[in-house]
Ligand binder design. Structure first.
Ligand code: 0WK
Ligand code: BGC
Length: 885
């Protein structure tokens, strides 16, 4: 007879698997932006994204409303890794009349209890941060704003559903006016429980409540949470799984008993998944009860969760004493700690074992004689404990059975979710403080429009000084004449050799120029390495190496012994008195070869060629890479009158009116000026924009005090600026939990290419992680990755803006030169940073539009490099020389 009754409550493994599949579908619906509204399991974002890292400290208040007891807690957290938490708490009654009265009365009562508690604790004068555990389904928009969706568990207070419960609490406190607190967070009890256990076990990523009600939460990947913007990191999701089945998806498994309990509940048809167990206040099998906990190991509960207890009379929830299901060996993933807070936590006496004597909870109902009652109590407690144990065992067994490849550990919360609420508040407090400190540091790297306009103004000033004969010497932006005065007219033709030295790669090129109808430029090139020891050895060795590469290239091209005109792209500041000469003023970009500064590099090259006696070349032109780039792009676009390099180094050139180039005789026409803007700031013009990180990078560079503008923009230095910011943040405990890795202390380890990768695609975070692992920061967290990305973004953005301010000064100079209201002009651009960084060009264009609104600037990326430009300049020079004959 009994079996007939219980038969429908027994579920097979297939049933349970099927329930789990149905459940997983509901979870996916809940996570989906378009399907959330119709999903029964609402998967509510909680805005809890971080877990305690042991640096939290301070006193925090916590309210815990919605379980068997309303509790107010004062939680003292001591940081600095000591991880000590002291708690004082007081339980207050929420009379049923208030549970079902008006919301105002309910919140007034809550604040009354709070005032009473703070009085007792002697903290009424303090404005402490507070975490509010409000264990009902809420739609949250941020950590401290949460709108009640619907009451459950017998609560029905009017005027609360649809309202922000933090607003209601703040209002009630304001109304009293005798104390003030800072409500930092409102959380669900499952979240509080996960946090409580997460404080001791960082693998704890799921919270489970099986008490008056039941629910679970877990840390979900942001990319799966469509209701919240952002793809990076994780956020805790309050599943509100109590409503599973409210759409009828459990109809085939529900029994008449379930339907009877539901029919008698305060919210028939709602929270059906909870209807398996009678609440303490109801006779067995009456409505609105909470189901036994669903054991699970993955974020997706296994099917057995609901009726698994059906095989025996309703069982109490698991005890945290349960041993971990399987000990995790290093090969298996770390055990997933699943915290279950069962209504009973050790701090307060276990709730009366409601199941058995639910008709009359022993504590309050009758006053049994002094002999029998304690015996009955012990028997009840024993039974209660046994039921706990049985429930826990069945739960764990189910988890093992249904998801055998997950290693799940159950952690029973001893301190209730109040501690968790305080932890969330402490973490939010820490994050807020850390965020403020990080933003304070990063703000120094953020430039306002006014500051950028000031950079532009100062650049214009230095440009004028560089052009003028009297002030040229003292100018930092040298505005070097290049003797490139004309552009190709299409009649150029012939084979030309070109060298391209000074960027990431040393290139030797053969450029075949055809004129007339077949007007075209054909190129062959080969890349050669310039070893560090050559860059910093003797000039003779360096130029012998260059000539060796030329010889190898000519052989490779089958042109051994050929004698061709050569264009030499030499991307360093050179003083020129004619096209075929280049007196090196100073090395930059890590080059330091001796015996070169002050020398004519064309001569150094010829000397080296003569030393080989293998071939001879006519060094016709020495050009800067900016000039070569302008010429390369100018071959296709005649509006191209500016060249820009943002690579290892940075620089720009443009066609200046001869009348303004006071270092060169003549006023007619134009001449290309190599600005060498990298040195802008070398006389302190940028000191008020330089940060401690810029100064650190400069001091450790091969040319301290030099190339200051370049060191805030170009690829050789951006990675180092980021590394120094990360070192500073780590030293302040704002990153990597303050743990510094030896590798991160290594200069040059954070390559600038990482900035481009980190900002490259949607999967940036995983890429950040792998880069951080490469840097020896194995245990970096999601938050760390997000922060590293933010630092990269800020540093790269500043570089692009500074570059934009410089370029705005150039194009406005040309516009003013020509007395134009509007100027349309093209800029030829090259350089690895500009080409590879996903946002650099966009920010540069934005800044340019903003700071030089009367100029329409087209930025054309050079595909052929400046070697082609050098060859074209050589071709023009040869044509002009021919023409003179
Ligand atoms: C490619 C040009 C070369 C220039 C380089 C700059 O052909 O002349 O020096 O770009 O970019 P980097 O290689 O330094 O990133
Ligand atoms: C050099 C310039 C060059 C720029 C880009 C700077 O360090 O001084 O001559 O144009 O780098 O390569």
């Amino acid at each position: 007879q009994v079996d007939k009754y219980l038969y429908h409550m027994r579920l097979s493994e297939e049933n349970l698997m099927d329930v789990s599949r149905r459940f997983r579908r509901e979870m996916d619906k809940g996570l989906g932006r378009d399907t959330n509204l119709t999903a029964s399991v609402k998967m509510l974002p909680t805005f809890v994204r971080s877990t305690p890292d042991g640096t939290e400290s301070g006193d925090f208040l916590a309210l815990d409303l919605g379980g068997t007891n309303f509790r107010i807690l004062l939680v003292k957290v001591s940081g600095n890794g000591k991880q000590n938490v002291e708690m004082e708490n007081q339980i207050y009654v929420i009379p049923e009349t208030l549970m079902r009265g008006s919301g105002t009365e309910l919140f007034d009562h809550i604040t009354e209890c709070l005032a009473n508690f703070m009085e007792k604790m002697g903290i009424k004068e303090k404005k402490l941060p507070l975490g509010f555990t409000f264990s009902f389904p809420c739609r949250q928009t941020k950590l401290d704003e949460s709108f009640l969706v619907s009451w459950t568990k017998g609560f029905r207070a009017g005027g609360v559903e649809g309202k922000d419960v933090v607003g209601l609490l703040r209002k009630a406190i304001k109304k009293r006016g005798d104390f003030d607190i800072d409500i930092v967070a409102v959380i669900n009890d499952t979240v509080g429980t996960m946090m409580t256990c997460g404080y001791d076990d960082h693998h704890c990523e799921i919270g489970l409540i099986v008490g008056t009600g039941t629910n679970a939460c877990y840390m979900e990947e942001m990319r799966n949470l469509e209701l919240v913007e952002g793809d990076e990191g994780r956020m805790c999701v309050n599943m509100e799984w109590g409503a599973f089945g409210d759409d009828g998806s459990l109809e085939d498994l529900r029994t008449d008993f379930d339907r009877e309990i539901d029919a008698g509940s305060l919210n028939p048809g709602k929270q059906l998944c909870c209807c398996r167990l009678p609440p303490p206040t109801h006779p067995p099998f009456s409505a609105s009860s909470s189901p036994p906990p669903a054991p699970y190991s993955s974020p997706y509960p296994p099917p057995s969760s609901f009726p698994c207890s059906a095989s025996a009379p309703p069982l109490p929830p698991p005890s945290s004493g349960s041993a971990p299901l399987t000990t995790s060996t290093s090969s298996s993933p770390p055990p997933l700690a699943l915290c279950s807070s069962f209504a009973s936590d050790t701090t307060s006496p276990p709730p009366s074992p409601t199941y058995i004597c639910s008709t009359h909870p022993p504590s309050s109902a009758s006053s049994p004689s002094s002999f029998y009652f304690p015996l009955l109590l012990i028997l009840l407690l024993l039974l209660f404990f046994l039921l706990h144990l049985l429930f826990a065992r069945r739960l764990h067994k189910m988890v093992r059975l249904l998801v055998p490849d997950c290693d799940v550990r159950f952690l029973r919360s001893e301190d209730g979710s109040g501690k968790g609420a305080a932890m969330v508040t402490a973490v939010a407090h820490r994050l807020a403080e850390q965020h403020a400190e990080r933003q304070r540091v990063l703000d120094a790297l953020r430039l306002s429009r006014e500051q950028l306009l000031e950079v532009k103004r100062r650049m214009e000033g230095e440009m004028k000084k560089g052009l003028a004969r009297d002030t040229h010497e003292s100018a930092t932006v040298k505005m070097l004449p290049t003797y490139v005065q004309s552009t190709p007219d299409g009649s150029e033709r012939g084979d030309f050799l070109a060298l391209d030295l000074g960027g990431t790669n040393f290139r030797v090129l053969l450029v075949r120029v055809r004129s007339g109808k077949r007007r075209s430029v054909e190129m062959h090139n080969k890349i050669y390495a310039i070893p560090q020891e050559m860059m910093q050895g003797t000039g003779e060795e360096l130029f012998d190496h260059i000539v060796h590469c030329i010889g190898d290239f000519l052989e490779y091209m089958g042109m051994k012994g050929a004698s061709l005109p050569l264009g030499f792209t030499f991307s360093f500041p050179c003083h020129q008195t004619r096209l075929g000469e280049g007196i090196l003023l100073k090395w930059t970009k890590g080059f330091k070869a001796t015996g070169c500064e002050g020398e004519d590099v064309a001569v150094l090259l010829k000397d080296a060629i003569h030393r080989t006696e293998e071939f001879d070349l006519d060094v016709v032109a020495v050009v800067n890479d900016t000039v070569g780039t302008m010429m390369t792009c100018g071959y296709e676009d005649h509006l191209c009158e500016v060249g820009l390099i943002v690579g290892t180094g940075t620089n720009a050139c443009y066609m200046e009116e001869m009348r303004n180039v006071e270092l060169v005789e003549g006023d007619e026409g134009l001449m290309c000026v190599n600005m060498e803007w990298g040195a802008f700031g070398d006389c302190g013009e940028l000191d008020d924009f330089c940060t401690e990180f810029d100064r650190a990078v400069d001091e450790c560079s091969t040319n301290p005090g030099k190339q200051r503008f370049e060191k805030m923009i170009s690829g050789m230095y951006l990675g180092e600026i980021v590394r120094n910011v990360l070192l500073d943040f780590t030293a302040k405990g704002l990153l990597f939990r303050g743990k510094l890795s030896e590798r991160l202390k290594t200069r040059g380890i954070f390559e600038t290419k990482f900035l481009s990768q980190i900002e490259s695609d949607r999967l940036a975070l995983r890429q950040v992680r792998s880069i951080l692992q490469h840097l020896g920061l194995i245990s970096s967290t999601c938050d760390d990755s997000i922060l590293v990305k933010e630092v990269c973004t800020v540093v790269a953005r500043r570089a692009a803006q500074l570059c934009g301010a410089g370029l705005a000064a150039v194009v406005d100079k040309i516009r003013n030169n020509r007395g134009l209201q509007e100027l349309s002009i093209t800029v030829g651009v090259d350089g690895t940073l500009y080409k590879l960084h996903p946002h650099f060009s966009t920010v540069l264009k934005e800044t340019l539009r903003d700071l030089a609104p009367q100029c329409t600037v087209t930025l054309v990326q050079s595909e052929d490099g400046s070697g082609k430009g050098a060859a074209l300049i050589t071709a023009v020079a040869c044509r002009l020389k021919e023409g003179k004959k």
